[in-house]
Design a protein around this ligand. Structure first.
Ligand code: FES
Length: 148
């Protein structure tokens, strides 16, 4: 469900996400028990709809209609990743952490494409169930910064 803004607390459906829009910030909702994991900022994720044809082989199976989710916590020092802007190198838009300018490409498993971050963002596999976007499996990879 949305974790901030006008729609805070509302369940996210695929129609809420348009290709080309920036990511939304969300709390994950488990498919099995419908529990919303909103207890810690370490649970917060970025959700974005991408062109399914742009997703790499690791990313495509985790996506639902081109929609992918990643931890919103930078792997460098744990700042929230907030920006969606043109990459420092190349023409694609990427996730960017403004603390020290690390950039992550959500089409390629959020691998680091610029900056000091030591590893990719943790990925959260999604499925669409009863019209809502829910979590299909636990985070793949480590959530959070180097110290934590
Ligand atoms: S905490 Fe994100 S780049 Fe340093």
């Amino acid at each position: 469900m949305f974790s901030e803004g006008e729609r805070e607390g509302r369940t996210i459906t695929p129609d809420d996400l348009k290709a080309g829009d920036p990511p939304v910030h969300a709390w994950p909702k488990d498919a099995a028990n419908a529990i919303v994991r909103d207890g810690s900022r370490l649970n917060e994720v970025l959700i974005i709809r991408l062109d399914p044809n742009e997703l790499d082989d690791d990313t495509r199976p985790r996506a639902a209609e081109g929609i992918v989710a990643y931890s919103a916590i930078c792997s460098h020092a744990g700042c929230p990743v907030t920006a969606w802007i043109k990459a420092s190198e190349g023409n694609d838009d990427v996730f960017k952490c403004m603390c020290h300018n690390s950039e992550y490409d959500p089409r390629r498993g959020a691998q680091v494409v610029f900056g000091p971050a030591p590893r990719r963002l943790a990925a959260l596999p999604l499925i669409i169930k009863d019209g809502a976007l829910v979590v299909a499996a636990p985070f793949i990879g480590k959530v959070g910064g180097q110290q934590g």
